[in-house]
Design a protein around this ligand. Sequence first.
Ligand code: PSU
Ligand code: MN
Length: 306
Amino acid sequence: MEIFYNSEVDEARTKTGGYNQPIVALESTIITHGMPYPQNVQVAREVEEIVRQNGAIPATIAVLDGSIHVGLEDLELEKLAQTKDVAKISRADIAFTVAQGLTGATTVAATMIVAKSVGIQVFATGGIGGVHRGAELNFDISADLRELAITEVTVVAAGPKAILDIPKTMEVLETYGVPVIVYGQDSIPAFWSSTSETPAPLTTNDVSEIVKSMLARKALGLGGGQLIANPVPLADQIPAAIISPMIEQALVEATKQSINGKAVTPFLLKRIFELTEGKSLTTNIALVKNNARLATEISRAFFIHN
Ligand code: PSU
Ligand code: MN
């Protein structure tokens, strides 16, 4: 199976299968299912630019017409962002999407799989999937969690999306042996809100500790990933007291309309966008950019050690 690289990533590849510059992977589901057009493509471009300006090469990952792409050319990005009803692909469907020659946007899980397979160690996103509220009844637990357990990539996210059950998400990550390292504070960030009531299992404000932890995990042969939880800057957050009732309302509507499976997360993000009159998108954009900056710093520091 051939993997396609855009010119920028291709130039950074070495003959030995490594890279001569730090690389940061970016996902594509956030573009197709997380934000409306045209903000989605604008944000995707701006996030890539942040990575470049801070000294790394961005590699947005997607499956286009059955081919795995690591880094998208601008026209490919534009086309993907405009396409309606793109498949949202995770571990379960990535290979079949390739087999059928279809197009799919990669979630955190699928992006990690591709990143790992091409030797990219650091990945920036918005928020990871997790344990949904009511999971004790509907068993809805994102495949992102198991991926973090088994795939060796450091993922920078603003915590689990606040539509989820954060304490249960932390319990599953602990069971799976995934380090959740919170950057610069001692509670788990809750995506649109900087803080939550759930305490951080691990904290640091030192990028070199994150890199040393990556190296120690390699030396121990631990195999899985790390989650770096990076709070949205206070100036951009929506305080929990304001967003919580809107999340509750969106959840009630999802239940009433029998939304389930993969459709749950995109439905909730869209409803919360409407209920906050667009403020959730502004915050989402701010946190993704903030994550891209931190991921670039980690990727650069790791590059020096490698
Ligand atoms: N973060 C965002 N917007 C998104 C997602 C994350 O800001 O759309 C996507 C990611 O791709 C994540 C997915 O992997 O939602 C989780 O979906 P689910 O809950 O169905 O596993
Ligand atoms: Mn799910």
